[in-house]
Ligand binder design. Structure first.
Ligand code: ZN
Length: 341
């Protein structure tokens, strides 16, 4: 009697496993026939009432049936799994021939590039790079730099004052003061950053612009160290052939004070549009640091001297790349910015 039952179970199992459409239906079939309450398990459980001979014979048949069902299930599981994979692959297939969405790649701003180029030259000469805040105290921006209380640069019309004691720095020179207050000589730093002055934007002026400040304080620093350092800078920035010259000028915080010109890198000094025919180009302001400025930082002026310089980054970038309107730097037109990559 169980014999017939086993055959029926086998047939049913074969049919159901055959018809299972997916993994969960195959699993249902497994539970139905081989699970704890499955059909085959029930038969095996009922064998306790049989006599030993019968039990042995039926036991063998039942185990054979079980092995057969297990085999069918294994094959079926493999088949549905493969089918599912194939389905997923075709659903997730990518058409590699379809054109991609264009990705706009940015470019480093020419001002950033110029600051990096300037910094690299001075770093090779042993300077380190330091930065200061854009909102400064009136003390750091003017007083500590030896600017007389009635100096014209303090005028409300030139300076963005925030309160009576704070302002948007008009130059990077306050970083000199911060450095002198926080470090003892030897000091060898440059400091790039943004500066602000009340100015109407035109081809050569902008209320926001960039400077790089430099400061060197050590024993026996002289004007010739200053000239040598800045000459190396001019040659590395604009070409080995450029010559430099220093003209006296007035800045309150350096003494003696000078402006550095270089021979025109475009025409070699013969005169052209870049140098406006003169053969020389004004590059930066510089000078020995006024003892009053050094004293603010507690520097022993008997022992230490120093020089400082400051240059306009926009000016350097305009010279290097032949740009004739400063406003181009701030319009963020990618067609302009991408040219410097
Ligand atoms: Zn020239």
């Amino acid at each position: 009697m169980q014999n017939t039952q086993l055959r029926d179970i086998l047939n049913e199992a074969r049919e159901q496993i055959e018809n299972a459409a997916n993994r969960s239906e195959t699993e249902e079939a497994r539970v139905r026939f081989l699970g704890k309450k499955g059909r085959l398990t029930e038969i095996l459980r009922s064998m306790g009432t049989l006599d030993p001979e019968e039990r042995k014979a039926l036991g063998k048949l039942a185990n054979d049936a079980r092995a057969e069902i297990e085999g069918m299930l294994t094959r079926k599981f493999e088949k549905v799994k493969a089918a599912e994979h194939a389905l997923r692959f075709s659903a997730e297939a990518v058409d590699v021939t379809e054109p991609g969405a264009p990705l706009r790649i940015g470019a480093k701003h020419p001002i950033t590039r110029t600051i990096e180029a300037i910094s690299r030259i001075f770093m090779r000469m042993g300077f380190s790079v330091t930065e200061g805040p854009e909102v400064e105290t009136v003390f750091n921006n003017f007083d500590a730099l030896n600017a007389a209380p009635n100096h014209p640069s303090r005028e409300l019309t030139d300076t963005f004052y925030i309160t009576e004691d704070t302002l948007l720095r008009t130059q990077t020179s306050p970083v000199q003061v911060r450095t002198l207050l926080s470090q003892a000589p030897p000091i060898k730093v440059i400091s790039p950053g943004r500066c602000f002055r009340v100015d109407t934007a035109d081809a050569t002026h902008s209320p926001m612009f960039h400077q790089v400040e430099g400061l060197l304080v050590d024993e026996d620093v002289s004007m010739s160290d200053l000239k040598g350092t800045l000459d190396v800078f001019a040659k590395q920035m604009f070409g080995e052939d450029v010559k430099t010259r220093f003209r006296p000028h007035f800045f309150p915080f350096t003494e003696p004070i000078a402006e550095m010109d270089m021979s025109c890198f475009k025409c070699g000094g013969r005169g052209c549009r870049v140098c406006k025919g003169g053969g020389w180009i004004e590059v930066l302001g510089c000078g020995m640091v006024h003892p009053n400025v050094l004293r603010v930082g507690g520097v022993d002026t008997e022992r230490h001297t120093g020089f400082a310089f400051g240059m306009g980054v926009e000016r350097i970038a305009m010279l290097r790349h032949g740009i004739d309107d400063i406003r181009l730097f701030y319009e963020n037109d990618m067609r302009f910015i991408e040219q410097f990559g």
